[in-house]
Design a protein around this ligand. Sequence first.
Ligand code: 8YV
Length: 307
Amino acid sequence: MKQKILQSGPISPALDGRLAETWDVVRLWADPTPAEALADIRAVVTSPGAGCDAALMDRLPKLGAIVNFGVGYDKVDVAAARARGVVVSNTPGVLDECVADLGMALILDVLRGTVAGDRFVRAGSWTSGPFPPATRVWGKRLGIVGLGRIGSALARRAEAFRMSIAYHNRSPVEGIPYPRHASVADLAAWADVLVLTLPGGAATRHIVSSDELEALGPNGFLVNIARGSVVDTAALIAALRHGRIGGAALDVFENEPHVPDELKSFDNVVLLPHLGSATRETRRAMEDLTFDNAATWFAEGRLITPV
Ligand code: 8YV
C-alpha cells in the first residue's frame, strides 16, 4: 500500500504529478480533509506560498517530516515541528545562482531604467523626445543585507560590474573581503543600493522601515529578492511618495500575489511576480531535491537537506 502524504498547496504540474504517482496524496486545497483522511499522513510537502503551521501539524498525529519546495521556510513553524519531533527540509544550493542573476537584473533595471525605457518606447513617447538619463551602476556602493549563499553569489556578480560591496549580518562572515556594518541603517547610510537577501520570518520582520529608508536617502535604491515581510511596505510607499529614496525593485511582497496599487503608480519602482528561482532549470532542480527529500525520508528515515 502506498504511503500517505499531504500537500498543503499546489507546486508545479511536474512535481505534483510525481508525488501523486509515488504516494497517496491528500491535497489540502482540493480534497475533503476530515480527521480520518489525515490520520495516516506521515509527511507534508509544502512551499513558501502555502507553509505548514502548528494548527495543521496538530491535525496530523503520524506526521514525521515536512518537505519544503524552496530555500526559505518562514511559512513552516520549525519550532512547533521540533517540539513534535518532526524534521523539516528545504532546497538550499540549487537556486542561488538564478536568484542572484535576478537580483543583478533588478539592480541594473532600477538604476538604468530598462523596463521604464521599454514602457516609454511602447507608449510612443520617444518621438516626442529622448528618455531622460538614468544613473550608472559601475562604481556604486552595494550594501547586502544577509550575506549567505545568495548574497555571496550576488556579490560575485556585482564585483564584475565594478561595484564596491559591504554587508550586514548579525555575526561577521569569516574569510570574505567585504566590510561589515553593525546595523541595517548603518549599511543603508553607506550604500547607493541596498539589496535584501536574508531569510524571512518573525526575527527579520520589517527590518527595513522608515529609519533605514531615510538612511538610504533620495539617491539610494532598495532591491528586495528575499521576502516581502522584511520590508515595512507602508514605510516604503511613504518614502517613495515623498522622494525620500531614489527607487525600488521588488520581487517579493508582504501579501503576494497582491501588490498595493500605489506601488504600481511609481515609475521608479520595478515590480516582479516572485521570479527569483523561476527558471526551468532551477525549478527542475528544486523539484528533484524536494522529491528526493521525501523519498529518502520514507526509505531511510532521514532528509537530504534538513534545516
Ligand atoms: C519559491 C522561494 O520556492 O526558495 C524560496 O524560498 O521563495 C522560491 O524559490 C518559489 O517561488 C516557489 O514557491
